[in-house]
Design a protein around this ligand. Structure first.
Ligand code: NAI
Ligand code: MG
Length: 333
């Protein structure tokens, strides 16, 4: 059996890390038909838009995409590609597992948490405008429907992954209506899952606790903006942005992509850490039910990460992106 997958290399380090993930996937024993399409800054030059229709058509057809980061054009009037894709395909759940790998230089040894970020609303609806020249307004949208479904997603995920606790992250002490509604919804859904412990945490305190004792947390569910910020924070607990994968999941389609951006500061140098992209590919394999191929890649990746010989620059070494991917492939044989 082979799978039709939409492949979006993206901008900056995107093509480098996505190529690494593609190489690993092509050696895991499963067939893939790649539909390679362009989105982002490069697409603007060629198509006049960062999100050409053929990208949307391709995802519509294949339902699954592996995507590199794209540079968000600022001041061009174009909407964010990521936000638009998430809205078009109603990819309401953004899942970001943050896990320590043995041997990786980081402050903690046993971080193993999953950030479940509501992906469709909050301030990311992008409803904002200027009020004259000297003020601006942005509207935060929180709905019962989106909050209950993300809460249910987080609890179902906890059951499936044999997790013990869900922490609902909010700022309802200040935003009594919006975040108040969000925690009311997570609290309600929690009652359907008595076997999973449930707690609530205000987002500023959560930031402090994650930095102090991340091993105490398991599954974290939160509105869009907090999820964006805390997932980068959490990446810093396990070696950096090069280590954390992500999945945008809807009822009908899913897009897998690393948490990091296009990293223009290191682009084109073959030095980005492709671990996040490779782990995103692993998440994709699990999503399509190819568990043994997923485990094969994970095991090979673990061996390579444990070997101090193969460290990309962000982890203190000088292994190239392509060398790292090749080492993972060698360890899959
Ligand atoms: P960034 O995530 O691209 O980079 C932040 C820092 O982390 C940089 O120092 C970078 O070199 C480092 N870094 C990131 N990924 C790395 C990797 N794989 N290996 C080693 N080091 C890595 O965030 P930044 O600079 O704020 O954003 C750059 C552009 O990316 C912006 O246009 C932003 O909008 C876009 N972006 C796109 C995303 C996406 O398409 N999913 C997600 C986040 C940002
Ligand atoms: Mg982000």
């Amino acid at each position: 059996m082979s799978y039709n997958i939409t492949l979006i290399p993206g901008d900056g380090i995107g093509p480098e890390v996505i190529n690494a993930a593609k190489l690993v996937l092509e050696n895991c024993g499963i067939g893939f038909n790649w539909d390679v399409v362009e989105a982002g800054e490069n697409a603007i030059k060629k198509y006049g838009t960062p999100l050409p229709q053929n990208v949307i058509d391709s995802i519509n057809k294949n339902k699954i995409a592996l995507k590199g980061p794209v540079t968000t054009p600022i001041g061009t009037g174009f909407k964010s590609v990521n936000v638009t894709l998430r809205q078009i395909f109603d990819l309401y759940a953004n899942v970001r597992p943050v896990k320590t790998f043995k041997g990786i230089p980081s402050r903690f040894e046993d971080v193993d948490l999953i950030i479940v970020r509501e992906n469709s609303e909050d301030l990311y609806k992008g409803i904002e405008h200027m009020i004259g020249d000297d003020a601006a307004e942005s509207i935060k949208i929180i709905t019962r429907k989106a909050s209950e479904r993300i809460a249910d997603f987080a609890f179902k995920l906890s059951v499936n992954e044999k997790r013990k606790k869900v922490t609902s992250v909010h700022k309802a002490n200040i935003m009594k209506c919006t975040d108040g509604l969000f925690i009311n919804c997570t609290r309600k859904i929690a009652q359907n899952y008595p076997e999973i412990e449930y707690e609530e945490m205000i987002v500023d305190a959560m930031s402090m606790k994650l930095v102090l004792s991340p091993e105490k947390y398991d599954v974290l569910v939160m509105p869009n903006l907090y999820g964006d910020i805390l997932s980068d924070l959490a990446a810093g607990l396990v070696g950096g942005l090069g280590m954390v994968p992500g999945a945008n999941i809807g009822l009908d389609a899913a897009i897998f992509e690393p948490v990091h951006g296009s990293a223009p500061d290191i682009a084109g140098k073959n030095k980005a850490n492709p671990t996040a992209a490779i782990l995103s590919a692993v998440m994709m394999l699990k999503y399509i039910g190819e568990f043994s191929a997923a485990t094969k890649i994970e095991n090979a990746l673990r061996i390579v990460l444990e070997n101090a010989k193969y460290r990309t620059f962000d982890l203190g070494g000088n292994t190239k992106t392509s060398e790292f991917a090749q080492a993972v492939v060698e360890n899959m044989k």
